[in-house]
Design a protein around this ligand. Structure first.
Ligand SMILES: Nc1ncnc2c1ncn2[C@@H]1O[C@H](COP(=O)(O)OP(=O)(O)OP(=O)(O)O)[C@@H](O)[C@H]1O
Length: 276
């Protein structure tokens, strides 16, 4: 029954203005515990801004954000992270000279409250080695555990970000365009990976690639001009004439079998959209 589903993230009247321009307006979002929830929408719809509001990277102009029933509005990202919400960091936050294993070890260490201290003894870091290797295996990086992050291929760097986020053992994982810039093979691998790591946790992802959304998402929220246009299961959302109009800029596209594939450039506007 709908009413029995627990909500893990909830926003009410969420709004963010940049110099008077409302990038996100009156957003009431409900993310169900244990679901994979995709945020989609045309370029400039406010997806990233909403994502940044959920993770505390920016503070709202109005409205509130609740995580697991607790008001987290205006809390710093690290406080939100401590409540079990981890964000997959961007590649720029990887340290090129540190190995994949060292990255995960440091993240595991940070979680214990020891902090991100590089000068801890080898002995102390070794405590985390076994778990680090498990996490690297989970994301398919066990064979490159000792390779410096700077030498990893793009798809593997993204997998390493995921392992770093998983080291925090989050209840909610926020993924910002997990397949952006990937070729078809890496997209497929990432879909499998996200599906695996989504077991037992909630995943909220911004994703342009509609094939990825179709494969992974239990619920889809479509944003347009900062507002929620439609929300529901993928099959329902993709057939909604308002969504097709939002992407194509014309009414009457609802009959199409697979609009995002027929017109990938205009629909999702990003690389990878036509993959797979
Ligand atoms: N820091 C900022 N200052 C001013 N305007 C901003 C800022 N961040 C976002 N915007 C504007 O807010 C609107 C929404 O941007 P946002 O990046 O959230 O959209 P998006 O849906 O993530 O787009 P894309 O798919 O292109 O990444 C855009 O018009 C953008 O120009």
């Amino acid at each position: 029954m709908e009413g029995c589903v627990e909500t893990i993230i909830s926003t009410r009247g969420l709004r963010k203005e940049f110099r008077g321009f409302a990038a996100v307006r009156d957003v009431d979002l409900q993310v169900r515990d244990g679901s994979v929830h995709a945020l989609v929408g045309p370029n400039g719809a406010g997806k990233t801004t909403l994502f940044n509001l959920l993770s505390g990277f920016i503070t709202p102009s109005a409205g509130r954000v609740e995580i697991n029933g607790r008001d987290v509005t205006g809390l710093a990202p690290e406080r939100i992270a401590r409540l079990g919400v981890a964000r997959s960091f961007q590649i720029t936050t990887l340290f090129p000279a540190l190995s994949a294993r060292e990255h995960v070890e440091l993240a595991l260490q940070a979680r214990t409250g020891l902090g991100w201290r590089f000068w801890r003894s080898d002995r102390q870091l070794r405590r985390f080695s076994d778990r680090a290797l498990e996490l690297l295996t989970e994301v398919g990086l066990d064979e490159v555990a000792e390779v410096p992050a700077g030498a990893l291929a793009y798809g593997r760097k993204r997998a390493l970000e995921l392992a770093v986020a998983l080291a925090l053992d989050p209840r909610v994982l926020l993924l910002d365009e997990p397949t952006a810039g990937m070729g078809a093979e890496d997209v497929d691998r990432t879909v499998g990976l996200v599906r695996r790591v989504a077991r037992g946790r909630t995943v909220v992802m911004v994703e342009h690639n509609m094939s990825v959304v179709a494969s992974l998402a239990d619920r889809v929220t479509v944003l347009q001009q900062g507002q929620i246009l439609v929300e529901g299961p993928y099959e329902e959302v993709r057939a909604d004439p308002r969504v097709i109009t939002a992407y194509l800029g014309e009414p009457g596209g609802g009959e199409r079998e697979n609009p995002e594939r027929e017109n990938p450039e205009r629909n999702v506007g990003e690389s990878g959209a036509a993959d797979s």
